[in-house]
Design a protein. Sequence first.
Length: 447
Amino acid sequence: MISVRTAKGYDLPIQGAPLETSQTIALPATVAVLPEHIPFVRPRLAVAEGDRVAVGDLLFTDKTNPRFRFLSPGGGRVDAIHYGPRRVLREIVIRRDAENEPVTSLGRPLDGDAIDRYPRAELVAHLLAGGVWPLLRALPYRDIADPEQVPPAIFVSLDHREPFQVPPARYLENNRALFELGLRALKRLSPTVHVHADAADRAFCEAHQELITHRVQGRYPADDPGVVLFQVRRSPEENTAWFIDGQDLLLMAQLLQSGAYPTARLFAVAGTGAAAPRYVASRMGAPIKDLAGEIGCRDPRYLVGGVLRGYTGDPEGHMGLYETALAVLPEPGDVDFLTLFRPGPNKPTYSRTFLSALRRAPLPMTTNVNGGRRACIACGYCADVCPVDIWPQMTLKSILAEEVEEYLAQGLLDCVECGLCTYVCPSKIELAATLQAAKHAHRKEQA
Ligand code: SF4
Ligand code: SF4
């Protein structure tokens, strides 16, 4: 097992970690798929409102690569198709049949020996047809892996450092054989498969030491696949490695083992505004309100995917394909009068502005950013936390000046979109979003 240490990064001291108990909730009445939150996909609808679908039936494909198929996580009726501004396809909602939910067969079940003998091209076709291929993503853009390529390596990410994700010990419990089946499939796709886990979870690393190839040390986002690659790569060719989340690898293995589209998901529901932070077993694309349960604040904001990388979810909406974390944070309500002149014993602070810097205890967090945007004051905090040694304020200037070669040389494509630079910036500059947009624009130009 190789040790990988990342010196930079930052762990947010937030209250509201999930309790150690897991809860299985009743199967939801509706489930959904959210094309809007699948990066770089241009959906071509295969259903209309009122159509009947089974679990595993096609909902839409990608116009750019029609081999990318997105299947229904529920069996019943297409209840609604929601569009956003400029006809962006937001959400396809399925109202499940309460009884005898129909399920489509997606091929014969395969065991490990059959997978080892399966020709690679046929395995790729099986995963594409089974709708789990989009779970494999490629660095540096984090887009869906190109099925025509053989990647230099695949990183299996047992990543959970961003508050608050599901720790791998939870979903691997009783699923170790399934996980190993998934690894056998990945080894048919790439000559090198890495599995990395957080060294701080010592008991987990010891219990699964035959599976784990890299033990990662450091603060968030040290266990992100892009950060691990940044630390271990030996040549530029490795920059196009693929990665898959540990829970997603289980889904892939379930498809291979059962021949049916896998839909079970374990979610982390957490944050200062969650009345009962916990892990919840439910269905892929479950409704946000069902998962959130009781709320502990008057005016909650739902962050789908996490505090730093997530997006604001509609309370009446559903979880996306990739997201397994739901953070609930209170909106700030009344603005604190003269907030900077108060000692702030309970306010999270990176810049040591508040008294809370003296204690390491988890603190309540709201969505208040404590101030408005102003000019960069060259404090260097953004560079201090960046895990891949970018100087975000310099890269931002190059992006604004459209100096493409300059910002690429500064390492834009290494950015793992962790959101830390924006979080720590005292001038409230949207560094991470600007860098991410520049990365996406660069990919489009390359395409
Ligand atoms: S530049 Fe990218 S990797 Fe660095 S802190 Fe900002 S978002 Fe994270
Ligand atoms: S953290 Fe914000 S204010 Fe400080 S150097 Fe970076 S961009 Fe400028």
